[in-house]
Design a protein around this ligand. Structure first.
Ligand code: PMP
Length: 432
C-alpha cells in the first residue's frame, strides 16, 4: 500500500537547489537516481535498518551507505566509541595506537594480509595497489573484468561498473589513452579469455584485479573454479592476483570472499565496512610485497588523513561487533529469506527475474538469466527496474537506485523488516 503520507516536497526543493550548486546536484553520481527517474530523496537521518528523509518518510534501507552500515546505522557502541575518540581530536597526522588495533584485526581476519596500509577510500586503495603490483613485478599491464569497479582512477575507467555502468559512460572523457593502454579487459567468469590475454602478453602482465563477487554490475557470483583458475594462471605467468574486497570484505564472511571461497590472492583492497561509516580504505597482502611500500621500501604512497583516529575507532568497533558468534549466520539467514522471497514473488507475478545472495549481499535482475557477466546483466529490463524501484520507494523500501548495484542487509534488519519488504514487493511486482 502506498503510504498516504508519501510526500517528497522538501526533497524536491533541496535537490532542485543542489543542481544549481553541484554537478547533477550530488557528490557522487548514482545518488542522483538518474536511471530510476531522476528525483532522489534527500536524507535527514539514519538509525539501525532505517533511513528518514527530509519530508519525514521512513524507509527500510538496503543500501547501508553503500556497504559500511553492516551493523546497522549509528550503532550505539560505535557512536559511543566515536564520542570518546572525538574528545581527543579529529586528526593527528601522526601514528596512533588505534591503527595497530585495526591493522591487527584485519591481518588476523583476511587470509592473504600479512601487512596493511590504511588510506581514505576504496579508490585510493585500488590506485595504490596497482602501483604496488607494477613496482613489485616490474611489469605495466593489468587485467580487469568488464563491469567490475575499482574506483574512479584513470587506469580503471575501462569497461567499469557502478555509476559508469548506470550512466552508460564506459570510457570517460578526460582519461588519456596512454593511461589505459595497459589496462586489458576480459568478461567476468571467462577463464579462457584471461588465458588468451596472458598468452598474447607474456612477461608483461603485472597482475589480475577483480571483485571476487561482483557487486558493481549488479550481484554476480564467481562460477565454480573461476577464482581457483585465476590463482593458477597468475602463478603460472608470474603475475599477482588481487581481490578488490572493498565491497565483499567483512561482508561475504569475516575474512571476505577469500575466506568464503578458500582462494588466497597476493594482495587485497578493503574499504567500506572497515571504516564503520567513516572514510577509510586499505590495501594489504604478502609481507614481501608490502615491504616495498614507503618508507619501508621505494614505492611511494601517502595521505594527510590516513589512519586517522576517528575512522580507525569506528572500524575497530564495527569489526568487534561482527566478530561475535552467529553474526554471519544471521546475515545469511535474513538475506536468503529476502532473496528467495523476491524471486518467488517475481515468478508468481509473471516477472522474469533472476538473482541470488551470499551472506549480506544480494541482487535481483529483471532478466531471465542466468547472469554470468556484465553483458548478461545488460540484458535486464531497465525500465521495469526503474518502476520497481519507484514503487518500493513509495512504500517505504529504499533499494540501490540502479539495476547495476548489489543490495546490502545488516545485523539491524529483522524478520519483520524482511516480511514487510516482501509484502511491498508483491504489491509492486503485481503492477509492473
Ligand atoms: N572497489 C569496489 C569493489 C567498490 O565497490 C568501490 C565503491 N563502491 C570502490 C572500489 C571505490 O571505493 P570508494 O567509493 O570508497 O572510492
Amino acid at each position: 500500500m502506498v503510504t498516504t503520507t508519501f510526500n517528497t516536497t522538501k526533497s524536491e526543493e533541496i535537490f532542485a537547489a543542489a543542481q544549481k550548486l553541484m554537478p547533477g546536484g550530488v557528490s557522487s553520481p548514482v545518488r542522483a537516481f538518474k536511471s530510476v527517474g531522476g528525483q532522489p530523496i534527500v536524507f535527514d537521518r539514519v538509525e539501525g535498518a532505517y533511513v528518514w528523509d527530509v519530508d519525514g518518510n521512513q524507509y527500510i534501507d538496503y543500501v547501508g551507505t553503500w556497504g559500511p552500515a553492516i551493523c546497522g546505522h549509528t550503532h550505539p557502541e560505535v557512536i559511543a566509541a566515536l564520542h570518546d575518540a572525538l574528545n581527543k581530536g579529529t586528526s593527528f597526522g601522526a601514528p596512533c595506537y588505534q591503527e595497530n588495533v585495526l591493522a591487527e584485526m584485519v591481518i588476523d581476519a583476511v587470509p592473504c594480509i600479512e601487512m596493511v596500509r590504511f588510506v581514505n577510500s576504496g579508490t585510493e586503495a585500488c590506485m595504490a595497489v596497482l602501483r604496488l603490483m607494477r613496482a613489485f613485478t616490474g611489469r605495466e599491464k593489468l587485467i580487469k573484468f568488464e563491469g567490475c569497479y575499482h574506483g574512479h582512477a584513470d587506469m580503471f575507467l575501462v569497461k567499469a561498473g557502478s555509476g559508469v555502468a548506470t550512466l552508460g559512460l564506459p570510457d570517460s572523457p578526460g582519461v588519456p589513452k596512454s593511461t589505459t593502454a595497459n589496462t586489458l579487459t576480459a568478461p567476468y567468469n571467462d577463464l579462457e579469455a584471461v588465458k588468451t590475454l596472458f598468452e598474447q602478453n607474456p612477461d608483461e602482465i603485472a597482475g589480475v584485479i577483480l571483485e571476487p563477487v561482483v557487486g558493481n554490475a549488479g550481484f554476480i557470483p564467481p562460477d565454480a573454479g573461476f577464482l581457483e583458475g585465476l590463482r593458477v594462471l597468475t602463478q603460472e605467468y608470474g603475475a599477482l592476483l588481487v581481490f578488490d574486497e572493498v565491497m565483499t570484505g567483512f561482508r561475504i564472511a569475516y575474512g571476505g570472499a577469500q575466506e568464503k571461497f578458500g582462494v588466497t590472492p597476493d594482495l587485497t583492497t578493503l574499504g567500506k565496512v572497515i571504516g564503520g561509516g567513516l572514510p577509510v580504505g586499505a590495501y594489504g597482502g604478502r609481507r614481501d610485497i608490502m615491504e616495498m611500500v614507503a618508507p619501508a621500501g621505494p614505492m611511494y604512497q601517502a595521505g594527510t588523513l590516513s589512519g586517522n583516529p576517528l575512522a580507525m575507532t569506528a572500524g575497530i568497533k564495527t569489526l568487534e561487533l561482527l566478530n561475535k558468534s552467529g553474526t554471519y549466520e544471521y546475515l545469511d539467514k535474513i538475506t536468503k529469506k529476502l532473496s528467495q522471497g523476491l524471486l518467488k514473488i517475481a515468478k508468481e507475478t509473471g516477472n522474469e527475474a533472476c538473482g541470488g545472495q551470499i551472506s549480506a549481499m544480494f541482487g535481483l535482475f529483471f532478466n531471465p538469466g542466468p547472469v554470468h557477466n556484465y553483458e548478461d546483466a545488460k540484458k535486464s529490463d531497465l525500465s521495469k527496474f526503474a518502476r520497481f524501484h519507484r514503487g518500493m520507494l513509495e512504500r517505504g523500501v529504499y533499494l540501490a537506485p540502479s539495476q547495476f548495484e548489489a543490495g546490502f542487509t545488516s545485523l539491524a534488519h529483522t524478520d519483520e523488516d524482511i516480511d514487510r519488504t516482501l509484502a511491498m514487493a508483491h504489491e509492486v511486482m503485481s503492477s509492473l
